[in-house]
Design a protein around this ligand. Sequence first.
Ligand code: HEM
Length: 349
Amino acid sequence: RPEWIQQFWTSLYRQASQNQLPRPPQRPIPRIEEPKPEDDQVNKKEKEKKRISTPEKVVSPPPPPVVIQENGITDNPDSPREEQTTPKASAAIPSDSVPAFTLSVPELPQQPKVEEEEPTPAVTSSTSTSTSTSTPSMMMPPPPVPARGGLSANLLRQPGTSTLPLPGGGPLPNRSSGGGSGPLPNRGPGGGGGLFPPPTHSTKPAKPSRAVVLTPGHSPLDWARLSGHPTADLRGLPKGTPYLRVTPSMLKKMTGRKGKDAWMVLGGRVYNITPYIPFHPGGELELLKGAGRDGTKLFGEIHPWVNYEGMLAACLVGISVSEEDGEAALAAAKNAGGGGGGGSMEEMD
Ligand code: HEM
């Protein structure tokens, strides 16, 4: 509240009290300020000084703030009591104008009232034979009687669902324009402004599985048992053959056809995938897509989580090298007197 309003009402009230005019209108919410003792002393001294030095009607001091004490008595500068204490305080609002709130629960007329603090003789006395005496302190109040429809109708009808039936009977309201019958929101055309989050990848339909039915004895566990043995050798090479340097020209011949094994490059290593064909969950045709070539990219696009290194450890033929590296290795082996492995496939040291 601005200060000038306070000054206006205070001066108006002083004039009214001097001229016997009616009081200014009451304000509903007064400002309550606690008087500070030190301020009170200072104001008293200043007031006494001014009384001695200046005449009263010539100079009027600035209007003080309204002070209402805790007991409801409003300090009035014109009252005799105020003459003795704090003359600057003025009463602009009577204390009885302060609004007050009352919290009271209206008593329901049809609810039976239960007296809780009056034990009856029937409760305290064990020898009493009176059965007609009721014991209200030990009993629950009876449930309120439904107005119409009985108890079942009262339980089945839920708030908010009795007057406005849902479009599909679901528990949640459908805010889209496309309708729907389930509890989940239907984001039809124009339904983008609803309260539901936008669709994510989880709403896309899952891809149909391309896994095949494996023949008996060719489960992943069977392959693990077969290839995991320490002495397992599934390379398709003569026993004791060291790891080979495989060039692209040799690799492309190993496609699994014409009686040859199927080799595949995965991560720079060459594997003989022939023994794995009946164990492949994706089927023979899928697996042979990478035969005779580098299947690293294709493999990663379908199942990057598959640990091919561990599964095909017993099928490792060698490493994939370029034609130049293969030729150089072959020439070096011939110069050393070793018989080459034939063509561009060369044994590693
Ligand atoms: C690049 C050639 C390959 C192709 C095209 C291929 C293709 C597939 C396909 C289509 C599936 C079925 C996915 C599905 O369930 O829908 C599959 C499953 C599988 N493939 Fe291959 N695969 C290849 C190489 C391999 C290799 C070399 C291995 C072994 C190291 C292998 C191991 C598996 C395994 C374990 C599964 C089952 C994966 C799972 O169910 O999570 N695949 N493959």
